[in-house]
Write a new protein. Structure first.
Ligand code: ZN
Length: 243
């Protein structure tokens, strides 16, 4: 079974469409939250994700956009984008976000969460130290996470300490039996690893392998829509740099 793993779409329809094109033919798609926030197409992205994702968890920007968490906890640009998003969202799309779980066990030994296993909304797993602490907070073999917008694998082998691995395009990453993993596919709609291309993973459950893909899309198209919508200029500019 081949499963497309996507995260942090952030209302970037141009990026999402390219990613879904690359995922044609997979058996399932799992989404790790932050479908909206930052970008110009929140309704369109929710409508696509709700149709194609077999499983989806909720992210901080999803909750911020529907008034479920306090916008004071976000920085200025994120607040502005969440307020704008909330004003655009159709009632049924707000309901979709409201109905998403914080955590999901999608198959035996596999969990999905937006932030981290111990703090699904806010914690960024950006160091081996934080990954190590989180391994003690869940029992599953694999946790797929989003939120940091940086593709990475943290491996916890039976005896050794936690180790990070970085993906190489076109090269499969093989999971080892006996190890546990925290895996981030990177972001579809706002990558932050200085590569502006949309990021995704394909997880092969039988082979226990991950394929990593980066896909170019029309950043300018998304930026033009953001300008027209009056979204903060920095949020449009950062898409060009992948930051
Ligand atoms: Zn995000």
């Amino acid at each position: 079974m081949r499963i497309g793993i996507i995260a942090d779409v952030h209302s970037n329809l141009a990026a999402l469409e390219v990613v879904l094109g690359a995922l044609e033919g997979v058996d399932e798609i799992w989404c790790l939250g932050d479908v909206v926030g930052y970008g110009p197409d929140p309704n369109e992205c929710i409508e696509l994700v709700s149709k194609i994702a077999r499983h989806c968890v909720v992210g901080n920007h999803d909750l911020g956009s529907i008034g479920e968490i306090d916008l004071a906890d976000f920085n200025y640009e994120a607040q502005a984008a969440c307020s704008w998003t909330g004003r655009q969202l159709k009632a049924e799309n707000k309901d979709y976000l409201r109905g998403l779980p914080l955590k999901l066990e999608v198959a035996e030994g596999i969990m999905l969460v937006h932030g981290s296993p111990r703090d699904p909304i806010w914690e960024y797993i950006v160091s081996t130290w934080l990954a190590e602490e989180n391994f003690a907070q869940f029992v599953e073999t694999v946790a797929f996470v989003g939120h940091s917008h940086v593709p990475v694998v943290f491996e916890k082998s039976a005896e050794g300490p936690c180790r990070p691995h970085f993906f190489e395009e076109g090269k499969a990453f093989n999971l080892s039996e006996g190890s546990r993993y925290i895996i981030n596919p990177g972001s579809v709609g706002q990558p932050r690893d200085r590569d502006p291309r949309a990021s995704l993973l394909i997880f092969n459950r039988e082979e226990l392998s991950l394929e990593y893909h980066r896909l170019g899309y029309s950043v300018e198209k998304t930026q033009r829509k953001m300008e027209r919508a009056g979204l903060p200029q920095f949020l449009a500019e950062r898409l060009s740099w992948g930051i």
